[in-house]
Design a protein around this ligand. Structure first.
Ligand code: S3P
Length: 450
């Protein structure tokens, strides 16, 4: 399949689960591979991004066995054999595909090793800024060459180095930068501290705790003492709230809709999309389950006519990946929605300010573009258009949702990219489009290796 064809729907009455969380799956592969034994990971996300990280850990010595697979994609349940922090030199350059998280976290991990390694990615990743990690890592003593055509960009060649701990005040609110420095700090002698300008997703800190690696958090700063070996454990990855967000918006914006998403990650550093949609007039109820480590629960959505809102600056890091689909919600809402302080969007898989603004305009949306965001005046009907994802998974999926509310048939081209974060999206979209109601209609087929 190379395109989505979407027409409008009049009903959603559904209950299903979305695949595992992308951020947590990267981290589970990395910490599992560093641990001192065998770890079972349940509900791993078999997306291209996370499979690249899992295979990077394999290339560094941490073999894994598949227990169960999402048919046609890759492991959802696996056992990974940790190397007690003793990684081996990879035989060839490591492919990070499209993933900024994979490359930045692996760079943090590889910087304090005794061997040379190389990380590369696709055209999009090769144009994204790596200075944000090479600068703090260099302060720790890292020796990283940026080999890209664009200055400061991938491929990265990482030479052996002995790291010293630092205290680093991050200029951007980035969980990837925080995590890269903390992972490097695990290989430095002494205490490495990262200070964030605003709260960012805290999956690294929580997962380190699950693996019994101590960190100390005071306000916005996190410290780690190097040399602690992660203790092998089993980890269950909750459903990805960033994938859930597509259906949250579809149901929230459709009066009378009723949707339940089961077992979604409800980490408070990730749930601002729910807060924002509720402010827009949706009724979204979180029902947390008993859990340690990462909060998890069900989300129930009751749709209604939405109204515009202003996204607070403090919410931006919390819902940064959901902004494309939030912009679609804004175009469907009465009144004006303001999204500012979000210049980070320009250095994601695409420049997501430009791609969202242009695609919304193509569908009849009324949007003003700013250097750091956009203002959307919604309420006038959207119409079908031919939409390009520009190779960006979140753009492809956000505009598939827009197509569910537009007159005519919307065609979204260049959709293979959805596999970087949401294998099975096409199946769920098809079930929603056909107004299916049974949980079995949404089930993604799994297989077990014989
Ligand atoms: C991620 C952090 C975010 C987010 C990305 C995943 C992570 O990036 O956009 O999709 O897993 O740490 P930044 O932290 O760089 O904003």
């Amino acid at each position: 399949m190379s395109e989505f064809r979407v027409t409008s729907i009049s009903k959603i009455h559904a209950e299903f689960s979305v695949p595992g969380d992308k951020s947590m799956s990267h981290r589970a592969a990395i910490l599992g591979g560093l641990s001192n034994g065998t770890c079972t990971i349940h509900n791993f996300l078999p997306s291209e991004d996370c499979l690249n990280t899992l295979n990077a850990m394999k290339a560094l010595g941490a073999e894994y066995e598949v227990i169960e697979e999402l048919a046609g994609y890759g492991p959802t349940h696996l056992r990974i054999h940790g190397q007690s922090m003793q990684l081996k030199a990879p035989a060839k350059p490591i492919d990070c595909g499209n993933s900024g998280t994979g490359m930045r976290l692996l760079a943090g991990l590889l910087t304090g090793q005794t061997f040379t390694s190389e990380l590369f990615g696709d055209a999009s990743l090769s144009s994204r800024p790596m200075g944000r990690i090479t600068i703090p890592l260099a302060q720790m003593g890292a020796d990283i060459e940026t080999l890209g055509e664009k200055p400061g960009c991938a491929p990265l060649r990482i030479h052996p180095a002995t790291l010293s701990p630092i205290t680093y005040e991050m200029p951007v609110a980035s969980a990837q930068v925080k995590s890269a420095v903390l992972l490097a700090g695990m290989f430095a002698k002494g205490t490495t501290t990262v200070i964030q300008p605003a709260i960012t997703r805290d999956h690294t800190e929580r997962m380190l705790a699950s693996f019994r690696v101590n960190t100390v958090q005071t306000g916005n700063s996190i410290s780690i003492i190097g040399g602690q070996v992660p203790q092998a454990c089993d980890f269950t990855v909750p459903g990805d709230i960033s994938s859930a967000a597509f259906w949250l918006v579809a149901a929230a914006a459709l009066p009378g809709a009723r949707l339940t998403l089961r077992n979604v990650g409800l980490n408070p550093t990730r749930t601002a999309i729910i807060t924002a949609l509720n402010r827009m007039g949706a009724r979204i109820i979180e029902t947390p389950h008993q859990a340690t480590g990462e909060p998890i629960g069900d989300i129930e959505v009751h749709g209604s006519k939405l109204k515009g809102t202003t996204i607070f600056e403090s919410e931006i890091p919390n819902l940064i990946d959901e902004i494309p689909v939030l912009a679609v919600a804004a175009a469907l809402a009465d009144g004006t929605t303001v999204i500012r302080n979000a210049a980070e969007l320009r250095v994601k898989e695409t420049d997501r300010i430009t791609t969202v603004v242009n695609n919304l305009r193509a569908m009849g949306g009324n949007v003003t573009e700013y250097e750091d965001g956009m203002e959307i005046t919604g309420g006038s009907p959207l119409h079908a258009a031919e939409i390009d994802s520009f190779g960006d998974h979140r753009i492809a999926m956000a505009f598939a949702i827009a197509g569910l509310f537009a007159s005519g048939e919307t065609v979204i081209r260049n959709i293979e990219c959805v596999n970087t974060s949401y294998p099975g999206f096409a199946h769920h979209l098809d079930a929603i489009r056909r107004e299916k109601t049974m949980p079995s209609d949404f089930m993604l087929p799994t297989t077990r290796p014989s």
